[in-house]
Design a protein around this ligand. Structure first.
Ligand code: FAD
Length: 324
């Protein structure tokens, strides 16, 4: 086995970013002519393993143990380390999720290997991948060339690859691994995972999204955006400061720690365009930006942009659309 992709799940569904990691693994496997294998850790994960086996990969490895029923960084780190030591992959690929950020540094420390983390893409040079990541809040790009002993442990940022582009296969074999874990190695236990409620918000399938940023100023002004969303038949999204301020619930947040969306139209109101926001909406077909700062980074990826005050423009726009 040459590329090992590690899946994250909540015992019921596989994390979207894990499918993106599978897409990355398949792509890298094709470019380097290496086989790709999937690993699932947990307890009673046979259904998820069968789902993974439908993809175009060589094998699904299943590492089951009662101590993996709920996630712990120690349990996952020890398990992945054992799998890496026994299976000797050249590359280990994961989504750059909170969970992976929690346990993967332990694996790196145990194996004394560096982490090639938070990449947005890679390119091949002399049959070797060069991993590309953003640094200094996206102002610079760094190209990182792995050297030294394998395995190379690599994570990709949300939306770096598309989960829809995962190739289906003829049915991979499923192999159960024997894992040794004991209670004493589990030093910390996480609290219950944060549960998102989606209520009436389905940003992932919305055609039109109106997204609001800190520029809206205060909670009461969100009503201006709601009125515009209503006349446009749009869903409302937001940047993280809007959630942090309690102006909208968390499930409206778009970005690296929020949802990933790909609407036909993304209408950004008073959002600066920080990279952590852009990674969540870069799949949008058309982007309209209104911002009072002509140098706001969001204008760089806008199809249409207006420099102005959203508190003045949004009510007029709503009236204009209503009037028809
Ligand atoms: C680990 C990590 C994860 C993160 N995850 C996310 C994430 O998932 N999603 C996310 O969005 N952010 C995320 N962030 C935060 C991100 O870095 C930015 O801080 C955030 O996106 C900025 O939000 P904003 O553009 O609304 O606010 P600001 O950066 O404060 O920008 C406000 C904008 O509004 C404009 N403005 C102000 N008033 C008006 C007005 N009246 N009319 C028009 N324009 C106006 C300003 O010119 C400015 O451009 C994350 C950060 C970290 C470190």
């Amino acid at each position: 086995m040459e590329i090992l992709v590690v899946l994250e799940h909540n015992n019921q569904t596989i994390h979207r970013m894990s499918w993106e990691a599978v897409a990355a693994g398949q792509s890298l496997g094709k470019d380097l002519n290496l086989s790709t294998t999937i690993l699932i850790m947990g307890s009673d994960v046979s259904t998820l393993a069968k789902e993974a086996a439908t993809k175009d990969i060589t094998e699904v490895l299943v590492a089951e143990h009662p101590l993996l029923e709920t996630y712990t960084a120690d349990g996952y780190a020890r398990t992945l380390t054992q799998v890496i030591e026994s299976e000797q992959p050249a590359y280990v690929i994961m989504g750059h999720t909170y969970m992976v950020r929690d346990f993967l540094p332990k694996v790196c420390a145990i194996l004394k290997q560096p982490l090639f983390g938070d990449n947005i893409s890679y390119r091949i040079e002399n049959s070797t991948p060069i991993f590309i990541k953003q640094i200094f809040q996206g102002k610079l790009m760094a190209e990182v060339s792995p050297q030294g002993n394998q395995p190379y442990l690599v994570t990709f940022q949300s939306a770096a690859f598309q989960s829809e582009s995962v190739h289906r296969g003829a049915g991979a074999t499923i192999r159960n691994l024997s894992i040794t874990l004991s209670d004493e190695i589990i030093k910390t236990r996480s609290e219950d995972p944060f549960q998102e409620t989606t209520i009436d918000v389905d940003l992932s399938s919305a055609d039109i999204i109106i997204s609001v940023g800190r520029g809206i100023g205060k909670k009461e002004n969100i009503n201006l955006v709601k009125e515009l969303a209503e006349v446009m038949g749009a869903q409302i999204a937001c940047s993280r400061p809007v959630v942090d301020a309690g102006w909208l619930p968390p499930y409206h947040q778009v970005g690296s720690s929020g949802q990933t969306v790909s609407p036909k139209l993304y209408f950004a109101l008073g959002i600066s365009g920080a990279i952590q926001h852009l990674v969540g909406m870069k799949g949008a077909n058309n982007v309209i930006v209104i911002n009072k700062d002509p140098n706001a980074p969001f204008f760089e990826i806008a199809d249409y942009g207006t420099v102005g005050n959203i508190l003045e423009i949004v009510p007029k726009l709503t009236e204009a659309i209503k009037g028809g």
